[in-house]
Design a protein around this ligand. Sequence first.
Ligand code: SF4
Ligand code: SF4
Length: 380
Amino acid sequence: MDTSAPPAELDEDGLAMLVDALQARGLAVIGPTVRDGAIVLAELTSADELPYGWGVEAEAGTYRLRRRDDRAAFAHSAGPQSWKTFLHPPRARLWQADRAEDGTVTVREDDDPPPRYAFLGVRPCDLRAIAVQDRVLTGGAYADPVYGPRRAAAFIVVTECTEPSGVCFCASMGTGPGLPDGAVYDLALTETIEPEGLRYLVRAGSPDGEDVLAGLPTHPTDGEHARRAVADAAGRMGRTMDPTDLRSLMAGTMTAERWDQVADRCLTCGNCTMVCPTCFCTTTEETTDLIGDHAERWRRWDSCFDLDFSYLHGTGPVRSSARSRYRQWLTHKLGTWHDQFGSSGCVGCGRCIAWCPVGIDLTEEVAALRAEAETSEGAP
Ligand code: SF4
Ligand code: SF4
């Protein structure tokens, strides 16, 4: 890969040609588009389906689309979905079994070829989330059979963030809004709005990316506008989280009173785990037809907020209170995740804040836990 290539940019036609080029490689291009009052991730038939001219206003418990006064396609923060919807799908059939008339049972694993995706518009925070899920789902002795092949085939086009929302805090987590050093991707774009139209600073991050880029019409640029737009975005994050030794903070506040206060508000609905780009827990369920000749095992997303999640035979749920379930979620995400996977489980995308129906905000909870810990340390 030629890392000394001079900076180059695409215009809006070039972006459309990028989508066409990815499709011509047999990839299903997944990108942001407006649907059901939100910017969702879905398969694009062309670049025309990108959310040109739409932005987002998000706060705790609130997410609204808003019209922009420009045509920007990527000037919006994270929507309700993340890329795990495609790499680690909400439901996946693991096997099916059929009983023949003579009683013989045949079990078939699902061995359809994995879908081949190109992800267009992956934010740096979400790129980090993919790296976190890589570690969880393919990093150990038991590689996930659904995630691994999808991930290996994926072509990733990162789009640096220039328009954070009120719930974003990637800057304080070191995961955005620009691409961190060492990020792994195929192509990276940075959108700017220039008097002559939309422009996309473009860099290749892999041989595949170089190959695609070689077929696109680029123009020389110094890239200065794009760099400034990303630096400005870092100063406009809606929230911050002090990342200082969160692991010890979580371990040292297990009996804090703050957990009772958040539990009074938490509905244990599990929305935060569904929208979180790193949450990975699943359960399995079997279904049969009415006459018992056909059975299937499905895997589906699960949530640590579900009572059944910690159910032990003969004992019942280990975490029966909202306090224990919220505490489990936050202490795992920010604390014990480090022990298991060597990093934080939070990338600062802010989705769990916007999509919590009662507006619980983990940055606020962490600040309150830290204040309580400091007060009790100073107590006589
Ligand atoms: S924190 Fe919010 S989103 Fe998460 S389970 Fe509680 S009420 Fe639901
Ligand atoms: S915990 Fe919340 S802010 Fe952190 S990665 Fe998950 S959804 Fe995003």
